[in-house]
Design a protein around this ligand. Sequence first.
Ligand SMILES: Cc1cc2nc3c(=O)[nH]c(=O)nc-3n(C[C@H](O)[C@H](O)[C@H](O)COP(=O)(O)OP(=O)(O)OC[C@H]3O[C@@H](n4cnc5c(N)ncnc54)[C@H](O)[C@@H]3O)c2cc1C
Length: 556
Amino acid sequence: MSTHRLTAPAPGWTATTDVVVVGSGVAGLTVALNVRKAGLRAMVVTKAMLDDGSTRWAQGGIAAALGEGDTPEQHLDDTLVAGAGLCDEDAVRTLVTEGPDAVRRLIATGAAFDRGADGEVLLTREGGHHRNRIAHAGGDATGAEISRALVAAVRTDPQIELIEHALVLDLLTDSEGHAAGLTLHVMGEGARDGVGAVRARAVVLATGGMGQVFSATTNPAVSTGDGVALALRAGAAVTDLEFVQFHPTVLWLGPEAEGQQPLVSEAVRGEGAHLVDADGVRFMVGQHELAELAPRDIVAKAITRRMREQSAEHMYLDGRHFGAEMWERRFPTILASCRTHGIDPVTEPIPVAPAAHYASGGVRTDRHGRTSVPGLYACGEVACTGVHGANRLASNSLLEGLVFAERIAADLAERHLAGELPERTVDVEAARAAHPVPLPASEARAEIQRLMSRGAGVLRSAASMAGTAAGLGLIAEQAYANAAEEKPADPRVETWEAANLLLVATALVAAAAQRAETRGCHWREDFPERDDAVWRRHLITTLAATGGPVSTPEEQ
Ligand SMILES: Cc1cc2nc3c(=O)[nH]c(=O)nc-3n(C[C@H](O)[C@H](O)[C@H](O)COP(=O)(O)OP(=O)(O)OC[C@H]3O[C@@H](n4cnc5c(N)ncnc54)[C@H](O)[C@@H]3O)c2cc1C
């Protein structure tokens, strides 16, 4: 049951559906399409336009054992290695076994993947994969094609109600503590303008990542960790928040660049581009058997180390040997985005540096996408199903969104058939009793990002994170003080997002500070070794009665 909620006006309107899905990326739209097959009505609520999440930006592709000689077992092995001892093996097995058919169903829904002259889906390789198993579309525009196909499919079904420009605020529960809907703010006109409520039999979070807690990220502006923050306020357990994957090769746009920055996909290295330092020397050779195609954390750390050694702000990715024809055919999006920023990869090496890319942790779920709050499900990047462990294997995330979205729909269908998915009545008393969290000023967003990038980025230490935690604490104190002095920040999209970012950042730093070891994509300068004896376990984070996040090591 929610003990906390965002400060917001009382709902002025109510709508009803069977399953309300928050988010319209690969995960959310797949849930909506599949619950419809069970005869349930679905409502998709999304913060901006339907295709405004990370899904549309995915370049490299989607991993699945589709190629000759490849097997789910080999995909499992590569995933477990990347996850550095913290994957849930059963969840990974589910992913890799159900993955190939899930991709075939995605193709049947209308997604057109690149094919060779023989008509077979082309497969490439990415970091950490020992086989060619990455299916791609439009060369390097895989996510855009998946998004296009799924958006087209949901638009043709009149029983899927789509609400764009609607920011979901908090979960509503019934008197038994079962999810019964949510509150949201619609930026529109007409009957559903402003804060309202949606009543539903079940709620699915598919809100994507939280890259915007850092100042340099590949994630779009909507990736503010809203789903994790909502889940925490609703009393759900979240886990593995400290494992943020920093993509090693993001186009470097200058020291002052902030927000979403263009990715130079791993597939560019997969096709043979080399990482070179300021002197033009390849530095990944000899560091790992896969050299430039080592898992992302290894490459990001190696780049960061070399940047420090050379006091450089970036390294270079050299793909000049591809030639113009290959750049244009295989990587048209990356080529265009580099050229927009004045770099021509055909004739010069690309300046690159690591940036926050993927949240391996999130709202804890079982293999059916169920969270610890009954009736609340999560899938896609917002969820922690256990498949990524301490580090995500490249191109496993679109697949995870797809597979676990289908599993949620299957679980809901089964419960519906068994009569276990009744209509719910919102417990109005409980909703009112939840403590309203004061909102920080909208300017807090940039300050949170700066604090996080400075103290909790690729390189972390107890001292750096203590500085970040103190800074975040001051922002929270200021919000409380302003509310107490009756000059609170206006409840609006910017301040709600700032409150979500603040909660998620605080929880992330608390977990990262507690994990006194280096593992996967979490690198501690003061604890450079992996410590299996103490730390081969998850940190489970929940919200204390005071509103602060508390991380507890999982029992072994
Ligand atoms: C540049 C880039 C390249 C990538 N490349 C790859 C790749 O090649 N292969 C791969 O597997 N993965 C890749 N990833 C990761 C992958 O794209 C994402 O993990 C995946 O698309 C997440 O899908 P999702 O459905 O969970 O969330 P998203 O696609 O991010 O969608 C989240 C949705 O939730 C909505 N939302 C958020 N908060 C709220 C709220 N409060 N109220 C209402 N709606 C809300 C958003 O508007 C959005 O519609 C890449 C990511 C990026 C950023």
